[in-house]
Design a protein around this ligand. Structure first.
Ligand code: URA
Length: 274
């Protein structure tokens, strides 16, 4: 049976709702008996699938393997001595596979690089891709209003785990996040934030390197020490504003997370040498 456009739209809306709520795995109605051996697909089938993926995305990024792309990202990021230079390095970087998947431009960051909060979201969406700045669509506007209400808006520097829009609004893959991570870590080093705010499950899983669900992590203080960094910062995770737009009653818990962040920064400001 061919799905009708309305059914497709409703299904997509439902999937987006689950995704924003942090649901990133699907289970069948019936349990799967993993003790029963199922023969893997014939090698020719596997080879054909791998060849298709390689032909589409090269298995390489801008002519680089994943490992080379990460090294190149590290090299470019380390050479940047200011946030402006880092933005230029991101724009010049050819190693992220998302570049070749329909993104119009790099979307690096917006906000105050001298502020006290580094906010990390998931990935740019359609509006961000058009405008070249993160969190400028409807979810970003809600986030701005919440931060302003907590008196934090001029303290925030916003970026994402990847700097190009994934196709079809899908989640960024761990591999795409890994090649962008050196730039994120360099932003952290240049900014030396007093706290990090992770927005949504994809950011939390990538930055905190955890499989814990969003509802378990949110509202808790954890610590982030980026790779090869001597410095660390306290990290708060909260719900993604796209989810809050769909589930306004969840704003209450997100608001509690943002107030906890504001309170922590207040305390940090009165500590000597903080
Ligand atoms: N959602 C994100 O996680 N980041 C953006 O920049 C926009 C929407």
């Amino acid at each position: 049976m061919t799905p009708q456009p309305l059914e497709t739209a409703a299904t997509e809306a439902l999937l987006a709702f689950w995704r924003d709520a942090g649901v990133d795995a699907c289970y069948l109605n019936e349990p799967v008996d993993r003790t029963v051996f199922v023969a893997p697909p014939a090698p020719q089938v596997m080879q054909k699938a791998a060849a298709t993926v390689t032909a589409l995305h090269g298995g390489q990024h801008g002519g680089m393997t994943s490992a080379d792309a990460v090294s190149e990202a590290r090299r470019l990021a380390a050479a940047a001595t200011s946030m402006d230079e880092l933005a230029e390095a991101v724009a010049a970087f050819q190693g992220c596979p998302l570049r070749a998947m329909g993104a119009k431009q790099a979307v690096f960051a917006r906000g105050n690089p001298k502020g006290s909060i580094l906010l990390i979201g998931e990935s740019p969406g359609e509006t961000e891709d058009q405008r070249g700045e993160p969190f400028v669509g409807q979810p970003g506007q809600l986030l701005d209003r919440m931060l302003a209400a907590a008196g934090l808006n001029d303290q925030v520097f916003m970026t994402n785990t990847v700097f190009w829009k994934p196709p079809g609004d899908r989640l960024p893959t761990p591999q795409e996040q890994a090649v962008c991570a050196p730039f994120l870590e360099r932003a952290f080093a240049l900014m030396q934030p007093k706290a990090v705010l992770l927005v949504g499950a994809a950011a939390a899983k990538s930055v905190l390197n955890t499989d814990d669900g969003l509802m378990k992590i949110r509202g808790q203080w954890r610590e982030w020490r980026p790779a090869e960094s001597a410095a660390s910062a306290p990290v708060m995770t909260t719900l993604h504003p796209a989810f809050l737009l769909r589930q306004p009653q969840a704003k209450r818990v997100a608001w509690a997370d943002i107030l906890s962040l504001a309170a922590r920064l207040d305390t940090a400001q009165v500590e000597p040498n903080a």
